[in-house]
Design a protein around this ligand. Sequence first.
Ligand SMILES: Cc1ncc(COP(=O)(O)O)c(C=O)c1O
Length: 561
Amino acid sequence: MSDAVDFFISKFRKNIQKQEKWGRCYRPRPYRNAVVRFRNCSIDDFEERRDILINEAGLNAFLFRADKIPGCDLLSDSGTTTMTMEQWASLFMGDEAYGSNEGYFELKRQVEETFGPGWGDVDTSVGGASDSLFIFHQGRAAENAFFSVLSRKLREEGSSYPPEISNKLGPELKNRIKSKITTLSERFGSLREPICIIPSNSFFDTTQGNIEDKRMIPVNLPCREHLDNREDFPFRGNMDIEELEKLLSCERERIPLVYLTITNNTGGGQPVSLENIKKIRELTRKFAVPFFFDACRFAENAWFIQRGEKEYSGKSIKWIVHEMFRYVDGFHISLKKDGLVNMGGALVIRKEGDFKRRFPDFSCDLIDHQIMTEGHPTYGGLSGRDLMAVSRGLETITRQDYLDARIGQVEKFGEKLVEGGIPIIRPTGGHAVYIDMDRFFDGEKNKADFMGISFTALLLIGGHRVCELGTYAFGSYNGKREIPPDPRINYVRAAVPRLAYEDQDLFSVVEAIKVLADHREMIPGVNVEYGREMSLRHFKSRFSFLPLAKGAKSRKNKVLR
Ligand SMILES: Cc1ncc(COP(=O)(O)O)c(C=O)c1O
């Protein structure tokens, strides 16, 4: 009897482990639905969606009414999470005191628990409030506060850097920086001196926007493996260490800090290895430059480290997160991602870190900024109950079973697209699948026609929403010509909200994308009707479809390269 039971236990176990790839392993989700939301529309309402898209939204996915999307809304994984029952229940426990509410202390405790010792520290020499944790209503508000205060501090320092960018950088990197300076000078009239440079593996658009707005130069240094499209390389989010070293040794005075986005959203949601993090720390120590994370998807990044770096495969996610955060002087985070909430952001500065040493009264200025723009530092733009939900989110996010299911789902989605011949960035990232528009259209289309915008618009008529993150979102227009993103990226991103969709929903998106791929000669380019020259233009622009080229007809292509 017990032999038979043991026999079946071993067979059941083998059954769920038989697929080596996470993406192929069908096991039940580690949660089940507790609340569902019925749709307000049907997948069959194609004409209604066409009319809304053309007449109301001007082909801009951001301007399309969400309640008219019957399929998957993959515009963003940000703030779109389904909260857990523990989070909903915790909202009742929030207290709405104006100063020092319960949620603030609970959040500080959880920040320390999730990110490691020291991150919830209080320095009573600074205004009585926490010197480490600054709460904001979302990530970009934290970025804005940070770069506003930083640029002021740098100007007050009055450093006099050489006016010219060093020749020792080599022509390629030097020209990239100079052309960025020219673009920004054209946009703002002139740049205030001194010109500061902030390097990163790749900045997200709002981070880049905030840095540029403060007249500083963001420089992306994605690793070679990413630029070479190395599909076998598990850490394509890494920073190019050689380029960073070159930049630090030639232009150290201009660099107030080095950034790392984990995972690298702009570069395809790709993770960064702990080895890369440690090397950046070594270099930044050597050149005495502080080191920060844009930590939006820290837990997903930790999961990839556990899977991809042998020496950490036996470590828990919690351990890996603590280890990752040991090497930085601070971080900002949009809690709308790995905070598992619908709204929230934070900036966290290490009390004993290099940044704090370089700018000892930074926190004081930051608190002023926070009070003027968000509210008292103990709630900073959120309500007391929100802080409780953030705490529970930061607790859940490091669960192994959650991350296995979450990243496994994104991987399955990516694998299905690959099976359908759709060119995506591989390996798939943690939160999204990125479809490569240059390869999707295989050079057949005029690259100036913003085919990612057309793709996105037509897929909306098909019932699903994704987001162009390519030549339109990251390029710019100087009044005479288009300046493509540097390095060139031309993706459409399908970001998967946390705990919201089942595999079947995502597979229906694959089916709709295959329709577009099969008939890609019939996809027209777009004309920009409004907003081409604006900053952050993809949020605001309106478009119309261009007429199809004469003689265009469907050739029903099955497989793309
Ligand atoms: C890497 C990264 N940084 C910053 C942000 C900005 O965060 P928020 O949307 O909360 O303002 C995002 C948002 O998507 C992001 O992905």
